[in-house]
Design a protein around this ligand. Structure first.
Ligand code: ATP
Ligand code: MG
Length: 304
């Protein structure tokens, strides 16, 4: 079954086209990444999925329920961790979670609430008022709140922003478990190494449009080989090597160049060419291509 069906969604804020016709189909049980730079439209799309804002055109269904026409049924299937922290500061963690549970018509939900708090390392904060929590702890409560009604579809908008390493690992362990148990997960994050580790399929948004949609494995395969980064103490990159540069923005700040390398044997040739041209290398590094390289190339050139 399709977990989330997004068809030709458009959203405009005055003259700004936040979403320019987005279509995506996310299947039940997927771990899906929604990536894109600041302002790409990720949160706008998530707010439309959550029924918080209305699209100007297009349609979204969750497990077949239309998010505007059949809001309550759609909302029950969905748990959203919002990007912004919003709470009633006077409730404790447990009260906040019980209230949310009540909203979904689940008054006797303490066993699951306890399990969620335990898995997010919130048990010792259960009776603390929300306003007395640190930023990272508040974010954990947001995650707990989204999971309180055991929704089959979980959407996380930057769940790890400002969260320490230990909790990130705890959080990913719990979310992975839920995904293994059949929950669909949609994740937005700027930590691309997290996306690379967790998501099986990815959509990249740029200026409100889907510019890439593929499995993580085939996206990574699109950039074969590695990249050689050199920092030049003297001289400069010869003109005929400029087409190999993968991160043009780096070279604008001084003489640091990342060059695409298809095979290790090419490294020798490149270094020899640099030496011949009179360039002196200060520092160098050879790295495997990763999701970040692909992301930057897609955002820069629209393709890899
Ligand atoms: N309520 C609003 N009124 C006017 N413009 C808005 C509103 N909400 C969002 N926008 C604009 O719509 C565009 C998309 O914003 P959105 O929050 O969806 O981006 P995002 O991909 O989530 O970015 P980030 O990675 O920074 O969270 C931006 O240009 C933003 O300024
Ligand atoms: Mg956002």
């Amino acid at each position: 079954m399709t977990a989330i069906q997004i068809s030709n969604v458009e959203k405009r804020y005055k003259s700004l086209q936040a979403l320019g016709g987005v279509s995506l189909s996310i299947e039940e049980g997927e771990f899906f990444g929604l990536l894109g730079p600041n302002g790409a439209g990720k949160t706008t799309l998530i707010s439309i999925i959550a029924g918080l804002i209305r699209p100007d055109a297009g349609k979204v269904t969750i497990h077949g329920h239309d998010v505007t026409g059949d809001f309550r049924a759609a909302r029950k299937k969905l748990g959203v961790v919002p990007q912004e922290l919003v709470f009633d500061p006077f409730f404790t963690v447990r009260e906040t979670l019980r209230l949310q549970s009540g909203y979904f018509g689940l008054p006797n939900n303490d066993a699951w609430i306890d399990e969620v708090m335990h898995n997010l390392d919130l048990t010792n904060k259960a009776d603390v008022n929300m306003r007395a929590l640190s930023g990272g702890m508040k974010r954990r409560v947001l995650v707990a709140q989204a999971l309180v009604h055991k929704p089959p579809v979980i959407v996380l908008d930057e769940p790890t922003a400002g969260v320490d390493v230990e909790l990130r690992q705890t959080l990913w362990k719990f979310i992975s478990r839920l995904n293994r148990e059949g929950h669909t997960v949609v994740l937005t994050t700027h930590y691309l190494e997290e996306a690379q580790a967790m998501c099986k399929r990815v959509a990249m948004l740029k200026s409100g449009k889907v510019v890439a949609l593929d499995t993580m494995a085939s996206l990574i395969r699109r950039i074969s080989g590695s990249q050689l980064t050199v920092n030049l103490a003297a001289g400069d990159l010869p003109q005929d090597m400029r087409h190999l540069v993968t991160h043009p923005e780096q070279s604008e700040h001084g003489k640091k160049y990342s060059l695409r390398v298809n095979e290790y044997a090419e490294v020798e040739t490149l270094l020899a060419r640099l030496r011949e041209s009179g360039a002196v290398i200060d520092e160098m590094q050879l790295q495997q291509a990763d999701l970040e390289d692909i992301f930057l190339q897609i955002m820069d050139k629209g393709t890899v």
